[in-house]
Design a protein around this ligand. Structure first.
Ligand SMILES: [Zn+2]
Length: 366
């Protein structure tokens, strides 16, 4: 059985369906991030009702707290967190390498670092990442990758590419949960040749899907989109393509246009924590005094529970008083915003109208 099928194309953009052990996922799809086995402040039913079809879990954090073996013993991550839909777990690589001060040593076997929780020395290898994700029982497991920072010398970027392929080769044969899909991750920054090399090497290993890693971490945006265009074009057309970590509307539309099928970002919940709403007219900071008497919804075009029922003035009040409900309503709305953006893109691709869908969005946002 092939886990992915493309159902429509429009230019390079595609609509498709990813089939997992816990259900089908129509693409393009935005995946809410549930780092610590929770999409922050939301009940799984709320996450499902706002249209999310697949969520992310985090290997790094769940390994330390509460522990992947505990979760396995309690029936796996789905049962543990009360979410019956598909779950994708990242490999832990991004967290290890973005908590740069905690890294003790990177070598070809793995990476040694101090836990962000208690400083305990820890070593991640491709085999351990596979085992943690097998214990969690996610539907899609990711390969451990070496994520270098922006602006390192090319020689070091090349090292990261080589190591990422080597680790992927090992993880390919490592354990996995029953029915669990496994995606490879490419590196190479915005370097054309290295990104190409990484993409070809990972594609050759024949994973169930392929991800673009190591972008959207502070490099020039134009260069990032060019690198994404080139990388997506080199990825196998019959497999899902996942851009790791993008959530601003412009970025999302750009990567979908390049042929990306899946993406995730903490932006919706992080933005909520700053008291801001993502809207079709741009970002709205509820702390601004101009909303004190505003009787309108967060976003005129949105049908989420927060917009159907509550005014900007009320949500502004909750945000200013640091009431939990304010955070929850903003999270619901912001997640719905991205879920809608992706499902709208899917519908536009099916109509052959993605270009005008994107143009309309960008005109309103600017
Ligand atoms: Zn809304």
């Amino acid at each position: 059985m092939t886990p992915f099928r493309v159902t429509a194309t429009d230019g390079n953009a595609r609509a498709g369906v990813l089939t997992t052990a816990h259900g089908e996922v129509p693409t393009p799809v935005f995946m809410p991030v549930g780092t610590k086995a929770t999409v922050k402040t939301l009940d799984p039913d709320e996450v499902r009702d706002l249209g999310a079809r697949i969520i992310l879990g985090n290997t790094y954090h769940l390994f330390f707290r509460p522990g992947d073996e505990l979760i396995r013993d309690l029936g796996g991550l789905h049962r543990f967190m009360g979410w019956s839909g598909p779950i994708l777990t990242d490999s832990g690589g991004f967290q290890v390498f973005s908590l740069r001060d905690t890294i003790a040593r990177v070598d070809d076997d793995g990476v040694t670092f101090r836990s962000v929780y208690d400083g305990a020395p820890t070593r991640f290898t491709p085999e351990l990442s596979a085992r943690i994700q097998a214990n969690l029982g996610s539907d899609v497991a990711m390969c451990l990758d070496h994520v270098p920072p922006v602006g390192i010398p090319r020689r070091k970027l090349e090292d990261a590419v080589r190591r990422t392929t080597e680790w992927a080769r090992r993880q390919r044969h490592a354990e996995r949960a029953e029915g669990q899909l496994r995606f490879g991750i490419t590196q190479g920054g915005v370097d054309e040749e290295l990104r190409r090399r990484s993409t070809e090497e990972i594609a050759e290993l024949d994973f169930d899907g392929n991800a673009i890693g190591g972008l959207a971490i502070g490099e020039d945006r134009g260069a990032m989109f060019e690198a994404t265009d080139r990388a997506a074009a080199l990825m196998p057309a019959g497999k899902p393509r996942y851009f790791m970590g993008i959530g601003d509307p412009e970025g999302v539309l750009e990567v979908i246009e390049a042929g990306v099928d899946m993406f995730d970002c903490v932006l919706p919940t992080r933005t909520a924590r700053t008291g801001s709403a993502l809207t079709r007219e741009g970002r709205l900071n509820l702390r601004n005094a101009r909303y004190a008497r505003d009787q309108g919804p967060l976003d005129e075009g949105c049908a989420c529970p927060a917009c159907r029922r509550f005014t900007r003035a009320y949500i502004r009040h909750l945000v200013n008083q640091r009431e939990v409900l304010g955070l929850r309503l903003l999270s619901v709305h912001n997640l719905r915003f991205l879920v809608d953006l992706a499902s709208g893109a899917r519908a536009a691709i099916e109509r052959g109208a993605f270009a005008s869908y994107k143009r309309d969005w960008l005109e309103r946002l600017t």
